[in-house]
Design a protein around this ligand. Sequence first.
Ligand code: HEM
Length: 214
Amino acid sequence: MAVRSADARQGRRLHPVPIRIMHWINAFAMIVMITSGWGIYDDDVIVRGFLFPGWARLGGWAAPSLLYHFAGMWLLALNGVAYLTYGVVTGRFRERFLPIRARELVSTVRDTLHLRIAHEDLTTYNAVQKALYIIVIVAGVSQVVTGLAIWKPVQFSGLVSLLGGFQTARVIHFAGMAVIVGFLLVHVLLSLLVPRTLWAMLAGGPRLDRSRTP
Ligand code: HEM
């Protein structure tokens, strides 16, 4: 009881429980989707001569990889809808990801390239983090939409035409995967360089001022 009232006074943690659960479910689902997607891709490549190695393909080849892809799809889409709803309804997206100032973006990119990654204040994302998080969220939504189009092209024929046809939808789906894999490499590297952020995403991180949204 005493702990609860202290929590209420100091506000919620940087990453409340729902965010942590949704983040790690998303990380798991994304890895399933990416690696099973590679198994499906190798059966009918988009970039001639470019194949993913066997050890990296969940399922090994198209038929079993498709089963993993469809199972992961439900987890990714349902968890994604929950995260988007939570982010909008609680005001987290507005508070954490906006505004992004161009000058700050340039100076943070410069500092990062010189490996000056201070990140003293875990409670505020820098401009690069904000931009990368917005890009990856948009890429995630795009993957679900383009995925629907190439999964059920007859039922979603309007969507397929809107995307410029079946083959274009496939290429956009592939490009979205590349964006997410690129994000993931940078994201995991940065979280290992600043392990306090990783611990915060596991344990919740510091408590915020009560005026801040979850
Ligand atoms: C699998 C390895 C992953 C690790 C180790 C990891 C680690 C982290 C950490 C440490 C943070 C907090 C950053 C901070 O407080 O400065 C974070 C936040 C975030 N991560 Fe990841 N992550 C992973 C996978 C992913 C994937 C696959 C995505 C999406 C494709 C993703 C999207 C995000 C987003 C959008 C946030 C901000 C969440 C918010 O504040 O609402 N992460 N991640």
